[in-house]
Design a protein around this ligand. Structure first.
Ligand code: FE2
Length: 295
């Protein structure tokens, strides 16, 4: 099974129509009945979402906004030091609120005039082909729940902080947004599950966990690093390898711990030349050739 399936808590719809998010026993909110009920209610909004209508509004509590405030503030400080200038400029362009959790509808309203991207609600894991495919049309599937308030600087799953602070800021950059679209077009083009997984792994090692040489030092542009308070302090000490399609598409990763292998682009031009050009016209055959090379 593709590893990302374990990244999201499973969401079940019961026979009576109720929606239940199955948190692992190790989840910080596992033993908190109030949090569990919130998770179920927020997931139910996405399950009931009708495509083409506005994204359902989540009535966030003051405690939830407080978590956003804390993390936004801490990450903004880290971003000045560790994020690429392209990401920082895009963050300034987008202008997300720091004091409250923005609604996904609002995030789309801010993004669309910049790069055409809009947000769609997701209860949990979206099948890979759907998740990546709609990127080509400028849609980004996003969860709406926020991490448990007892651990504001840690989440085992991609919550609204990851989806919005990590991804929406990047999607406000014309150049990063183009890469997201190209990943989507590649996912649509390939037919085999193996090729789709290869493309999604390259996405993982670039737009989720990518780093590059920027301002003469190693900086991050991947949403997974830039939304993780712990990981952002650690990435410069990881095993940093040169950008390599075959290696990225076949390297195993463990989503339950910090990435220990990262791939460095020498510049944004370099990332676009290697990864962007590949996504722009790769097919199953091209993927299989690279998988063969990696053996
Ligand atoms: Fe992500």
């Amino acid at each position: 099974m593709f590893e990302e399936a374990q990244y999201f808590a499973p969401v079940a719809t019961r026979d009576d129509g109720t929606v239940e998010v199955e948190l692992a026993a190790s989840h910080p909110g596992f033993a908190d009945p109030v949090y569990r009920a919130r998770r179920n209610a927020i997931a139910a909004l996405a399950v009931g979402y009708v495509p083409g209508t506005p994204v359902p509004t989540v009535d966030y509590t003051e405690q939830e906004h407080e978590v956003w405030r804390i993390v936004s503030r801490e990450l903004a400080i880290k971003h000045r030091k560790y994020a690429t200038v392209e990401y920082q400029d895009a963050t300034d362009r987008l202008g997300l609120p720091g004091e409250r959790i923005p609604q996904l509808q609002e995030v789309g309203d801010l993004l669309e005039p910049l790069t055409g991207f809009r947000y769609l609600p997701a209860a949990g894991l979206v099948p890979l082909r759907d998740f990546y495919g709609v990127l080509a049309d400028g849609f980004f599937h996003s969860t709406q729940y926020i991490r448990h308030h007892s651990t504001p600087l840690y989440t085992p799953e991609p919550d609204v902080i990851h989806e919005v602070i990590g991804h929406a800021n990047a999607l406000a950059s014309d150049r990063y947004a183009r890469l997201y679209r190209l990943a989507g077009s590649a996912a649509r083009r390939v037919e085999s599950e193996q090729a789709l997984e290869f493309i999604s792994k390259i996405f993982w090692f670039t737009l989720e966990f990518g780093v590059m040489t920027d301002q003469g030092e190693l900086r991050a542009y991947g949403a997974g690093i830039l939304s993780s308070y712990g990981e952002i302090e650690e990435f410069r000490g990881m095993d940093i390898r040169p950008l390599d399609l075959a290696a990225m598409g076949t390297t195993h990763y463990d989503i339950t711990k910090y990435q220990d292998v990262l791939f460095r682009a020498e510049s944004l031009d370099h990332l676009e030349d290697v990864v962007g050009e590949f996504w722009a016209d790769c097919d199953d055959e091209a993927v299989f050739r690279l998988i063969g090379d990696a053996r």
